[in-house]
Design a protein around this ligand. Sequence first.
Ligand code: ATP
Ligand code: NAG
Ligand code: NAG
Ligand code: NAG
Length: 314
Amino acid sequence: MSMKKCQIDVVIVGSCNMDLISYVSRFPKPGETIHGKRFCTGFGGKGANQCVMASRLGAKTAMVGKVGDDSYGRDTIMNFKENNVVTDFLNTTKESSTGVAPILVDDSGQNSIVIVSGANFQITPVDVQQALSQMESPKVLVCQLEILQETVLAALKEARALGITTILNPAPGVPGLPDEFYQYSDFFCPNETETELLTGLSVSCVEEAKKASLVLLDKGCKTAIITMGGEGAVYATAEARTPLHVPVDAVTPVDTTGAGDAFIGSLAFYLANHSSLELGEMIKRSCEIASTSVLSPGTQTSFPWKQSLHPHLL
Ligand SMILES: Nc1ncnc2c1ncn2[C@@H]1O[C@H](COP(=O)(O)OP(=O)(O)OP(=O)(O)O)[C@@H](O)[C@H]1O
Ligand SMILES: *[C@@H]1O[C@H](CO)[C@@H](O)[C@H](O)[C@H]1NC(C)=O
Ligand SMILES: *[C@@H]1O[C@H](CO)[C@@H](O)[C@H](O)[C@H]1NC(C)=O
Ligand SMILES: *[C@@H]1O[C@H](CO)[C@@H](O)[C@H](O)[C@H]1NC(C)=O
């Protein structure tokens, strides 16, 4: 019996969370009850965000993940559908609730966040292998570190064996990430804070990021890309070992949440849909798309659709 395979270009293996945001004048003390001023929900999880970004740019994108058998899970699936994401590999589990991130934001804009991973920690290496076996030669696979490390590593290894380009966004950062995570990454893409955690080096300017990019290469990735907020990005390839800075036109940010996810989702789109572009150009365009996302509030709500972008980006 032959099963028809699903045509996919970008596969995201990662987290889906529901952000539950309460705006308060100050944080409550232990045991205290206070009244919040405003509440809103938002679709989040680094995996889901990157997936939605790649899909909005026009890549045929699938999410491999898990949600709970609850209303947040059903809303998450509906949100993916509204963003043209293939949800055939996004399962519902009765073992855990959908991942949530209750967030408090105070008057000064400080936040405190609790992440309850829930169903995200139920994604197994076997789930990923089965999903990939049902896809017709995907081009790019993207992971982050909001799911079990063993599942991430299995996904990277399986993708490498299938000839799929791998991107690892090592977020949240962890000190002492084993070298295998680098070795199976074609593109290893941390931000400044994550790079500091991973390398033990200070990364507060372009020159320091250039040095750190070589340390990331030494751990075994083929290309290291460090995102630097308003400074754009720094990258280096194992072939050339010459770190390069890609500046971005600095803008006055309204809300930078999700800028890193917009960058990763865009990079996945360019690698899948415009593979003949020079790498520096892909990074430049990804920075430009990420910079538009900091100009409006929210996470996925601030990600552009391809229709709204200047044609030179597509
Ligand atoms: N102030 C800014 N001006 C212009 N572009 C920006 C600005 N902040 C972020 N960007 C764009 O977004 C990309 C990713 O930003 P950054 O390095 O801050 O990621 P991050 O720290 O993972 O983001 P997040 O705020 O979601 O944690 C940058 O490479 C840049 O292209
Ligand atoms: C991306 O590639 C897919 C085919 O795999 C195609 O259907 C789609 O139109 C492309 N999108 C863009 C924006 O190039
Ligand atoms: C989804 O469920 C099917 C059927 O139970 C299973 O074979 C597959 O591994 C699951 N995939 C994921 C991503 O959970
Ligand atoms: C880098 O990303 C992490 C999430 O992994 C975030 O907490 C941190 O603030 C980011 N660093 C910068 C400099 O934006």
